[in-house]
Design a protein around this ligand. Structure first.
Ligand code: CTP
Length: 403
């Protein structure tokens, strides 16, 4: 029976890590599933596994060099003909070269010479994986739409235990299938996401802002696009735009409300991750308020309520739309989140405790609880915001499927 991999041309990049032996199993599984696998090994990889092993199992002999074969430009031939490139294991060196566009060998040249989707599966020691330089490269690649299969925790070379072990071949195959498949479990959907904190002008230079960084909203937008959705992101912040995401820049709650009024009605899923100001200065002062002379009274800022955008979207929710809100709480998380879920006519609310360390505003990590009416709460423990985004979208997909 044909599978999503049948007939697909997959370049399997293998770099020099101890986990290179596991790429042999990955190669075999891809070939068994009907893919045409072309292995490309780096010099480092050849120190760990022999090229004969891959040549015997793959659909074509291993390629290792820009210069040795009959093809004068093997990297463009490989890059242009690939349906997908997977790098497993990906060393810290490969991640760095790919993130900075450094082309030193056949594999790095091929990665730069392709428009095919790329799946990268890092594997290294925990200290290296957690190093800020490596994490920054991962974030860069993710922001460009590269699919990352995170390493697992477990026993590493030398007997250490920690995060960094190459993901299991079945997890890598599942990611490849999702990317190559009908585009993932949000294929054909229109998803609208809001991100960042609004800024409400006091005068021409001053604003009332909040601590939201927009990172969680961007992670959700990127993950939804990776799963096949057409994604519109209404954002107050400038972060690297994930591949396949269309961004509309706004600043105030009123601008965000009108952008959402335009884009939300046609959406299958709307996710309000933005931190919208509840109050704004009444009639902001034109020009800049100058510093006071000693005799003058301190100016007062008079505030008025902004419209609750999410409640408005809930009140006018089209049939079948999944509407997701966020609840940033400092106390009574369960009671507050579930009452917002009902009051704003939401399908799902993502609640986080913004007083906890390493969660919520400005952090790269988050920990949330998901509430849906009539469903048990789902806890997504402390993880990077991409993992949280995946967990939120898993719930969205499940809620749609249950209808
Ligand atoms: N929200 C909104 N418009 C507002 C305020 C909030 O759309 N004017 C949305 C946020 O994007 C978020 C959700 O409502 O998805 C919850 O926001 P939050 O500020 O936590 O709740 P509020 O309803 O404003 O209640 P409170 O501030 O009293 O906790």
């Amino acid at each position: 029976m044909p599978t999503t991999l049948t007939g697909k041309r997959i370049v399997l990049g293998v770099t020099g890590g101890i986990a290179a032996y596991k790429a042999v199993e990955l190669c075999r599984r891809l070939v068994d599933a009907g893919a045409h696998v072309v292995p490309v090994m780096t010099d480092g990889a050849e120190r760990f596994v022999g090229r004969t092993t891959f040549s015997a199992l793959a659909s074509e002999p291993v390629q290792t060099s820009l210069w040795d074969g009959a093809d004068p430009i093997p990297h463009t031939t490989l890059g242009q003909s690939a349906d997908l490139i997977v790098v497993a294991p990906a060393t810290a060196r490969l991640l760095s070269a790919y993130a900075t566009g450094l082309s030193t060998d056949l594999l790095t040249n091929t990665l730069l010479a392709t428009r095919a989707p790329v799946v990268v599966c890092p594997a290294m020691h925990t200290e290296m994986w957690e190093h800020p330089a490596v994490q920054a490269n991962i974030a860069t690649l993710r922001a460009r739409g590269v699919h990352i299969v995170e390493p697992e925790s477990g026993r590493l070379a030398g007997g250490d235990v920690g995060a960094g072990r190459l993901a299991a071949p079945e997890s890598i195959v599942a990611m490849i299938e999702a990317v190559l498949g009908s585009g993932g479990d949000l294929a054909g959907m229109k998803v609208v996401v809001s991100a960042g904190g609004t800024r409400e002008p006091i005068d021409a230079v001053r604003v009332i802002a909040n601590r939201s960084s927009g990172k969680q909203g961007y992670a959700i937008a990127g993950e939804a696009a990776a799963r096949g959705a057409r994604v519109t992101l209404v954002s107050t912040v400038e972060l690297p735009v994930p591949a396949g995401v269309e961004v509309f820049a706004v600043e105030t709650a009123a601008q965000m409300a009108s952008a959402l009024a335009e884009h939300a009605p046609a959406a299958n899923v709307v996710i309000m991750a933005a931190a919208v100001a509840d109050f704004r200065p009444v009639g902001p002062v034109a020009g800049k308020t100058e510093k006071l002379k000693k005799s003058q009274a301190v100016p007062e800022i008079v505030l008025e309520a902004t419209p609750d955008i999410l409640a408005g979207l809930g009140a006018n929710k089209p049939n079948g739309q999944v509407l997701v809100g966020f609840a940033a709480e400092t106390s009574d998380l369960v009671a507050n989140a579930t009452s917002k879920l009902r009051a704003k006519n939401l399908d799902l609310i993502v609640a986080n405790d913004v007083t906890a360390e390493e969660t919520g505003f400005q952090h790269d990590t988050n920990a949330v609880t998901l509430f849906a009416i009539g469903e048990p709460a789902v806890v997504l423990p402390l993880a990077d915001k991409y993992t949280i985004a995946a967990g939120v979208l898993d719930r969205v997909v499940a809620l749609r499927a249950a209808r």
